[in-house]
Write a protein that binds this ligand. Structure first.
Ligand SMILES: Cc1cc2nc3c(=O)[nH]c(=O)nc-3n(C[C@H](O)[C@H](O)[C@H](O)COP(=O)(O)OP(=O)(O)OC[C@H]3O[C@@H](n4cnc5c(N)ncnc54)[C@H](O)[C@@H]3O)c2cc1C
Length: 241
């Protein structure tokens, strides 16, 4: 069976199998789209399945994330600091020195400090200035001696539908990779992985989708066949800080 699955700007890809690996709301939008249906005729035949999937997807919840990026001329946090987790800070939950992860700074003499804010729904409307004030307050408490290091730029990234929320009862809304039948698989951290919306869940979902397309049995609690060995502490490429 051949689908015309992907229309690119200048070409259309012919393939035998399709994996939808898009976020859940995008997957629903694509599946409900009449153009997609005309490109993948088999979707027309599974109308009720698609209706159920899209209804279930519509009942799922999301959580927001905010990424705070602050750039300094000089060291606002000590050079050898990597990251810290705050116990009593609802907004500034963690502080990362991104320079410690880079082989060279993004610009000579510039330090890049970030804060990922999880479950950030209530802060989405907060102005940049207020967010930065909260960051400054925490940095001042931790490293008052560096208070005069100048911030030269910032970027606040608000992602309202960042992660699928595995709320009580949501397990029954999550489809298996094989839900739509042969030659089509669904992947993404929101599918039935038994894991929350994480990178591990996303990897599992991809393997579930691959197993479905390859028609092999895979127990997701066991390693994938011929999976590369996990990096070990002490390996030549194991990064140290
Ligand atoms: C800011 C942030 C921080 C996070 N931190 C962590 C963390 O520390 N640890 C952790 O485990 N997880 C974390 N997560 C969650 C984790 O990143 C996700 O659970 C995981 O990446 C989901 O993978 P996925 O493949 O399901 O979806 P995604 O990685 O979202 O991939 C979906 C893909 O679909 C593409 N796409 C979207 N629309 C279309 C379209 N119309 N057509 C074609 N393609 C489209 C997107 O470009 C994207 O490449 C974080 C998420 C965010 C947003």
């Amino acid at each position: 069976m051949f689908f015309t699955s992907v229309e690119l700007k200048d070409e259309s890809l012919q393939c035998s199998d399709v994996i939808f690996a898009t976020p859940h709301h995008i997957t629903a939008r694509i599946l409900e789209n009449s153009v997609t249906k005309s490109k993948i005729p088999v979707l027309e035949e599974m109308g009720s399945k698609i209706d159920k999937l899209c209804t279930d997807i519509g009942r799922m919840e999301y959580r927001s994330l905010i990424g705070i990026h602050s750039f300094y001329r000089g060291d606002r946090v000590p050079k050898d600091f990597t990251f810290a987790v705050m116990v009593d800070q609802p907004l500034i939950q963690m502080v990362f020195n991104r320079n410690s992860e880079l082989s060279s700074p993004i610009e000579e003499g510039v330090q890049w400090v970030t804060v990922p804010v999880s479950a950030a729904d209530e802060y989405l409307k907060m102005e940049d200035e207020e967010i930065l004030q909260q960051l400054d307050k925490v940095l001042l408490q931790l490293w008052p001696e560096n208070a005069d290091v100048e911030r030269i730029d910032h970027l606040i990234v608000r992602t309202p539908k960042a992660t699928f929320a595995p709320t009580p009862g949501s397990a029954e809304l999550r489809p298996n990779a094989s839900f739509l039948g042969n030659n089509i698989a669904i992947a993404g951290c929101w599918t039935k992985t038994d894991w929350p919306s994480t990178m591990e869940g996303a990897v599992r979902s991809g393997l579930n989708a691959a197993a479905h397309i390859l028609e092999i049995e895979w127990d997701s609690d066991k390693p994938w066949q011929q999976w590369p060995l996990r990096p070990q502490r002490g390996d030549a490429k194991w990064p140290t800080w």
